[in-house]
Ligand binder design. Sequence first.
Ligand SMILES: Cc1cc2nc3c(=O)[nH]c(=O)nc-3n(C[C@H](O)[C@H](O)[C@H](O)COP(=O)(O)OP(=O)(O)OC[C@H]3O[C@@H](n4cnc5c(N)ncnc54)[C@H](O)[C@@H]3O)c2cc1C
Length: 385
Amino acid sequence: MSDNGSSAETGVTPETGVTPDTGATAEMPSISTEVLIIGAGPAGLFQVFELGLLGIKAHVVDSLKQAGGQCTELYPDKPIYDIPALPICGAQELIDRLLQQIKPFGAQLHLGEEALELKKQDNGRFRVLTSAGTLFDAGAVVIAAGVGSFQPRRLSIEGGERFEGSHIHYRVKNAADFHGRRLVIFGGGDSALDWTLELAPKAASIALVHRRSEFRAAPASVQRMHELVAAGKLRLFEGLAHSLLSDAEQLKGVQLKSTHGEQQLLDAEHLLVFFGLAPKLGPIADWGLTIHRRTIAVDTHRFQTNVPGIYAVGDINDYPGKKKLILSGFHEAALAAFAVKEHLRPGEKVHLQYTTTSPLLQKRLGVSGEAGDSAPGNPGARHSA
Ligand SMILES: Cc1cc2nc3c(=O)[nH]c(=O)nc-3n(C[C@H](O)[C@H](O)[C@H](O)COP(=O)(O)OP(=O)(O)OC[C@H]3O[C@@H](n4cnc5c(N)ncnc54)[C@H](O)[C@@H]3O)c2cc1C
């Protein structure tokens, strides 16, 4: 899925040559961009801003369907207390503010696309292929991939892999596919409960299985679920999936094991599993970067990896004294932006400028005339152009 708001300095060009590693063919069109940012968490979003102030355009890819990384995916409603000058800020609010702050730079967000392959070309540029088949031709790459791509936690059961996508599902693409079917839903969070409530009136039969009696889902959903159980419209089980019952092609059922060791066979055509998401470094591990304990080694003045032109900011990077804080990611993004500029335009002079007083920076921010250049001698915010 691609967001709108394409940048003036990027465009689609046909690729020449064949890259066996990326599977890209001669005719495959690519998106040409000065910088590709991998990851739309707080560090990746702020990277757009810092590059934008320097007049550098970027595209952003993220495997999640929404921007925000851990803030949005793991703790959107929690307050954060250590963002400078914001004594308290909700995690989702922080992401909304960052999205607002980067608006002037028109970076295109490619959401729901995992960056799979990254390869340096003979001309020094980078080709990045995503899971959606989008091919980027980038002058520099900033990896802001946090703790990695979020992947659904899988059902650990023998023989389960061969039914994934056909009879075992980790997300619902089309609810109608499950109407009139015999379903077993696993999980105790909001996704499990929401889909249970949604599908209960439409399924041929439905059971909910959770490993314990307490649920993490919204109390109203839990109450409604218990009402359906009391009305005989839903069966509820406490336990874990133990084994599958199937023939060659068809899933027939699932055997449960309760916490007390009792077994129970449930008739089922489809298993819907909602155990949440877990981060995985994934394809980044294969890009020829120096990786130590699932983090990418960088220097501390450019945040460059062992491959010139590839930078890493935020939770994904590692250097002496690294702290996995949003604040650190912001600092790293600022310095990486300067380094990226030097990489893209070597020898070009970089003048330090302030957003409070620089007409150029204000023009880039789209605030010309609003902020004015009053208060001489008061540096306020700073940047270079
Ligand atoms: C419960 C909790 C509370 C926290 N509270 C605080 C706090 O109070 N203060 C604080 O400073 N920090 C806090 N943190 C830590 C903070 O959330 C992280 O430091 C921050 O999110 C890191 O930002 P990031 O942009 O580097 O990475 P992330 O937020 O992890 O974002 C990385 C993004 O990259 C994407 N990605 C990864 N690999 C790929 C790929 N191959 N292709 C495409 N996309 C990819 C991921 O999908 C993800 O969206 C908290 C963390 C948690 C879990």
